[in-house]
Write a protein that binds this ligand. Sequence first.
Ligand code: G3P
Length: 220
Amino acid sequence: MQIFLDSADKNLIEKYSAWGIIDGVTTNPSLMAKEGVDPKERIMEITKLVDGPISVEVVAEDTEGMLEQARKVASWHKNIYAKIPMTQAGLAAVKVLSREGIRTNVTLVFSLSQALLAAKAGATLLSPFVGRVDDISYDGVQLVADIVQAYSLYGFDTKVLAASIRHPRHIVDCINARADIATIPPKLLDKAVAHPLTDAGLEKFMADWYNCVACQNLYK
Ligand code: G3P
C-alpha cells in the first residue's frame, strides 16, 4: 500500500519524506487554509519535497469552473492531480479531464455507488473518507474493501485512496482491505512507528551494552 501524507505543512512533509516512506501528498481547502500561505507557492514547495502525486482541490462548484481550475493547477507541475468533489458537476468535469489526460482524485466519497460512478467517469484516484463514515456509525474500512473488490471485479483502473484516516488501526485495516493508497495525517505516522516492545527491547539492549566494560571500545 502506498502512503500519501494528508497535509500542506511544509516542515512536516519535509520531516516524513526524509524517512523514505511518502509516495504522494493530498491537500484540501481546509488544510490549505490552516497554513495561511499563498497556495500556489506552497504547492510548488511540496513538489520539490515529494516526487509523487500531489492532489490540489478545485473550489468551483460548476463544471466549467472546475475545469478551468483543474487545468490551471495541473499546468503547474507534472505531478499535480486535480481533486474534484463527488458531485454531478464533478463527474462531468472528471469525464472531460480524463480525456484531456489530466489526472484526478475524486474526493468526498461515502458510498459504493458513488465509487462506481466516479470510476466510470474516468477518475484516476478515488478518496473514500473512512473516518467520516465511521463517524455516522457505518463501517469506513468495509466501504474501502467493497470498492477495491468492485473495481477488481469490473476491471477499473481507478486507484482506491483511503482518506480520513484517524488512527493506526485504520492503517492496518486499509492494508488488509487491499487499498492501493492511504493518505495519512502526519501525527498518525508517529503513532504508527511506535511500539512498546520496540522501546522495551531497545532499553534492555542499551542497558546490557553499557554494563559491559569489554564492549565499550567498539565505537571509539
Ligand atoms: O483526506 C481527507 C481528510 O483530510 C479528512 O479527514 O479527519 O477531517 O475526516 P477528517
